[in-house]
Ligand binder design. Structure first.
Ligand code: SF4
Ligand code: SF4
Length: 424
């Protein structure tokens, strides 16, 4: 049963977008699911053809075509590779909206949780405290009650991040205005070290950081499932939390939330959204911050969202170059995605795990002692793979490493602020 009546406009918009595809196939080498499956049905061209056939009724929903479309990671590498400018992201969004089922019990529970990130954090603490991942997951599998994959979900609940090394209180005089910090839903529990790092770096640059307590989810998870009304409700709640906070810019450290904040939460608003690495790299005062040397080799994995949505793939690298003696090794372009893709890695491990394994083999071949990536989904997925391999390589957001290495004020003062840099 569909969650809403069939939307004729959505179907005709989808057909118009699909008709722009000339079937050249130049997007195929960029597609991570095609890389794993090597079939047309798992390629962007195949998905466009199937989405159009489903929208026009040439293919029936029972044909299995929707499952191949659902395997899409929404990485948008195909959109960047397409010489005809096909808007794949819009097209697939319309397709999911047309075929979305009403959310089931588990999904409704998940949406209630993401709307209240504090609950999510408490549950993660409880799960960590009771070591649920260690005993409940094998039990669920043994009892044969793991058809929903819940055992895998539980097994993947990672340890909550420690905030060690993030006690730096170095700050410049606050003269540069107020800046909003978006905490997100899953990220508010599992990316707390990144948020602590953001506060440290922004304070060192002279910003007053504002975090409205009523903020929640950006709506991306519901949107990707085709539940547009739920996504809009979640986005509106977060938008209103920031609307009265007196900030002109909101920073996001989980690059996977960036597009949703830009296109839904702050669309039409006076508030601008910026990805934090890109924001810091553009700050002229950042170059004056003092960082302690770190003689280590770090692999840098750029998430698809940073490459294809923010389009600031070089920002994290630019920032990390300020840490003396840190050797930054870029991971190869292929595979273009680590397989995380929102909840894709939980729902389709057979497609996600080969991509993750390929990336982790590259990280190990680089001899990396640290793995840096700026999206929480990639971090959880890659860290889960390293735990499975028994490797102790730490996986961090680039700004967490920067905040750890920022010299404390008593060691070296943070830069003073020329009056022309003050913002309102
Ligand atoms: S989406 Fe673009 S690159 Fe891919 S087959 Fe169609 S026209 Fe070619
Ligand atoms: S968005 Fe990514 S996974 Fe989906 S078809 Fe395009 S390249 Fe493939």
């Amino acid at each position: 049963m569909s969650s809403s009546p069939p939307d004729k406009n959505a179907a005709s918009d989808l057909v118009s977008l699909a008709d722009q595809c000339v079937l050249c196939g130049l997007c195929l080498p960029a597609c991570p699911t095609y890389r794993v499956a090597q079939t047309e049905a798992e390629s962007p061209r195949g998905r466009i053809t199937m989405a159009k056939a489903l929208a026009t009724g040439t293919l029936l929903p029972e044909s299995g075509a929707a499952a191949h479309i659902d395997h899409c990671l929404h990485c948008l590498s195909c959109e960047r590779a397409c010489p005809s400018g096909v808007q794949y992201g819009r097209l697939i969004g319309l397709q999911r909206r047309l075929t979305a089922m009403a959310p089931g019990r588990l999904q409704r529970f998940a949406y209630a949780l993401v709307a209240r990130p504090r609950w999510l954090h408490r549950m993660a603490r409880l799960s960590n405290g009771l070591r649920l991942a260690r005993w409940l997951s094998p039990l669920a599998r043994r009892c044969g009650r793991d058809r929903t994959g819940i055992g895998r979900w539980i097994a993947l609940i990672p340890p909550l991040p420690t905030l060690s090394g993030l006690d730096n209180v170095a700050s410049a005089p606050r003269g540069r205005g107020r800046i909003g910090l978006f905490l997100g839903c899953v990220a508010s529990a599992f990316d707390r070290d990144t948020h602590a790092a953001a506060r440290i770096l922004l304070a060192a640059l002279g910003y007053e950081v504002v975090e409205p307590p009523a903020q929640g989810c950006c709506g991306a998870l519901a949107q990707h499932a085709g539940h547009v009304e739920i996504a809009a409700t979640l986005a509106a709640a977060t938008g209103s939390a920031f609307a009265t906070s007196g900030v002109g810019t909101v920073l996001v450290s989980a690059s996977g939330c960036y597009a949703s904040l830009r296109d839904r939460v702050f669309r039409g608003s006076a508030i601008a959204v910026r990805e934090i690495s890109e924001f810091l790299a553009a700050d002229p005062l950042f170059t004056a911050l003092p960082f302690a040397a770190l003689p280590l080799r770090a692999a840098l994995h750029n998430p698809c969202s940073l490459n294809n949505e923010v389009r600031a793939a070089s920002a994290a690298r630019e920032l990390l170059q300020h840490i003396p003696q840190l050797h930054i090794a870029d991971t190869p372009t292929q595979p273009r995605c680590c397989g995380a893709g929102g909840t894709h890695f939980l729902r389709y491990p057979e497609l996600a795990d080969p991509l993750r394994d390929e990336r982790l083999d590259q990280v190990e071949a680089l001899g990396a002692e640290l793995l840096l990536t700026s999206n929480i989904g990639c971090r959880l997925h890659l860290a889960g793979g390293l735990r499975t391999r028994g490797r102790t390589i730490e996986v961090l957001h680039p700004i967490t490493l920067l905040a750890r290495q920022l010299k404390k004020r008593r060691d070296s003062p943070t830069p003073s602020l020329p009056s022309h840099q003050a913002t309102s």
